[in-house]
Design a protein around this ligand. Structure first.
Ligand SMILES: Nc1nc2c(ncn2[C@@H]2O[C@H](COP(=O)(O)OP(=O)(O)OP(=O)(O)O)[C@@H](O)[C@H]2O)c(=O)[nH]1
Ligand SMILES: [Mg+2]
Length: 453
């Protein structure tokens, strides 16, 4: 009835305030962060494969990348998209630092007298391992050591920790050290233990820098490991005393200074999870991821923790957990995939006080590299996926196995009858007017924008 209001033209346009939405994307290594951000930018710029988003928003928009901001390493969309557009497209290389870029969305105003609305989507990519280290902030050396040592004695981890634990028993940790190399050997054994875990798909490893030292490769500050607390007295120059000092320095200089300077308030935190890889490794690795997520989710509550807010500004309004690489599964299993992630997160939400954070769970494929097909296996017709496997040139058909109904279904995961086949990416369309095929990216983008546009 009042639609004529929309048509009213003034000699000038009334400005609408620009908005900035800070979106941090994290996840453990290889979870799909870089591929996800590349696809997200590609989808919004082309806007030809986002029917759900467009229908829900009901307002046309254009998206453009803004020039780099000098403070951060830029998330280099252009070089990534170039590799995806090759005749033999390539997945991006692993990234180990924080990077950032801003995608500007301009929404056409519904009213002729109003200027278009500008929304700046600030997109930040950072390693999830950093979040795992944050929980060390609450612990002194003795308590951290205690919890790491008891974890190392758990059945599955113990075999990888054996050499480190045995060597530790052979040295005097509390008197003057007999040999100057003992410290390094202790540290190296512990690092090897963490690397063995990581290699086998375990995700809860502390400190994160021991796996990825980056610019701290030979820094003596990293020369420590968990140690049992002394029962009696301890020499001030003992290994225990020195490791305790370095641990405290690590907390001050690496966790607090280097990590926290990157954390500000984010509006949305997207946590990507490669749940399929974890399922493939079996029940223990799956349980270990549960533990990692407990620490990650806990770090999101630090904005409300009095002790930590003194130096920690992190405040998050919305957390979206997304299980990635859904194209490794036929469509018929996507709901089950989502249910498994839901189960893991709900469980933790019950345990931790995260009522003030709006949490959502979804599944997606940023780059859909397979097609759904039906094929006969042992005379039975089943839903499969078809794509070009890494290292091959022709497409082939694969049955990944059936996901369990629940992750409490230990027997399924122990049998390990679920296999992930790694596919080459499909080529991205050469022009910005067309985006790559995806699964449910539009639903996720809508979750970020709803209530804010
Ligand atoms: N099929 C498929 N594979 C994917 C998808 N996203 C990621 N991958 C696979 O996962 C690998 C890791 O993806 P990245 O985006 O580089 O992961 P990351 O989290 O940035 O990894 P780091 O930089 O090492 O922390 C890729 O090389 C692909 O093999 C997807 O949507 N579909
Ligand atoms: Mg990356």
């Amino acid at each position: 009835m009042l639609s004529f209001i929309k048509e009213i033209e003034l000699p000038f346009k009334i400005p609408t305030p620009d908005k900035t939405i800070k979106v941090a994307v994290t996840g453990l290594s290889r979870s799909g962060k870089t591929v996800f951000l590349t696809s997200l930018i590609n989808q919004l710029i082309a806007n030809d494969k986002l029917p759900y988003l467009n229908e829900k928003l009901g307002r046309p928009f254009v998206a453009r990348l803004l020039p780099p901001d000098s403070v951060y390493v830029r998330f280099d969309y252009y070089s990534k998209i170039k590799a995806f557009r090759l005749k033999e497209p390539k997945w991006p290389k692993a990234t180990k630092s924080v990077s950032k870029t801003t995608l500007q969305l301009e929404f056409k105003s519904e009213y002729a007298f109003l200027k278009n609305q500008i929304i700046n989507l600030e997109l930040i990519d950072y390693p999830g391992e950093w979040l795992l280290d944050l929980s060390m902030l609450e612990l002194d050396f003795a308590s951290w050591s205690k919890s790491m040592l008891s974890l190392a004695k758990v059945a599955k981890r113990k075999r990888y920790a054996q050499e480190w634990l045995q060597y530790m028993q052979s040295v005097d940790l509390y008197g003057l050290p007999a040999d100057e190399h003992t410290e390094e050997i202790l540290h190296d054994h512990y690092s090897e233990y963490l690397k063995s875990l990581h290699y086998r798909g375990y995700s809860f490893v502390q400190p994160g820098r021991f796996l990825e030292p980056g610019d701290m490769q030979d820094d003596p500050l990293l020369c420590f490991c968990p140690l049992p607390a002394p029962v009696g007295s301890c020499h001030p120059d003992s290994i225990y005393a020195r490791f305790e000092k370095r641990y405290e320095q690590y907390i001050q200089e690496v966790v607090k200074r280097l990590y926290l300077e990157h954390f500000e308030s984010f509006d949305t935190q997207i946590v990507l999870v490669d749940l399929l890889k974890t399922l493939e490794h079996g029940y223990d690795v799956f349980e270990d991821m549960h533990l990692s997520f407990k620490h990650i989710l806990k770090s999101f509550t630090y904005g409300t923790n009095n002790f930590l807010t003194r130096f920690f500004k992190l405040q998050i309004n919305q957390v979206i957990f997304a299980a990635t690489k859904a194209d490794y599964l036929p469509r018929s299993q996507h709901n089950r995939y989502k249910k498994l992630l839901e189960e893991m997160i709900w469980d933790l939400k019950k345990e931790l006080d995260v009522r003030h954070i709006d949490t959502e769970v979804t599944v997606l494929a940023a780059v859909k590299s397979t097609q759904d097909v039906r094929a006969k296996i042992d005379g039975k017709e089943v839903e499969c996926i078809r794509g070009v496997v890494e290292g091959e040139h022709e497409p082939s058909t694969h049955f990944p196995g059936e996901l369990p109904e629940s992750y409490q279904d230990e027997t399924f995961l122990r049998k390990g009858d679920f296999h992930v086949t790694r596919f080459r990416p499909i080529s991205f369309p050469l022009r910005d007017t067309k985006a790559v095929e995806h699964i449910r990216m539009d639903k996720l983008i809508y979750s970020i924008l709803k209530d804010r546009v």
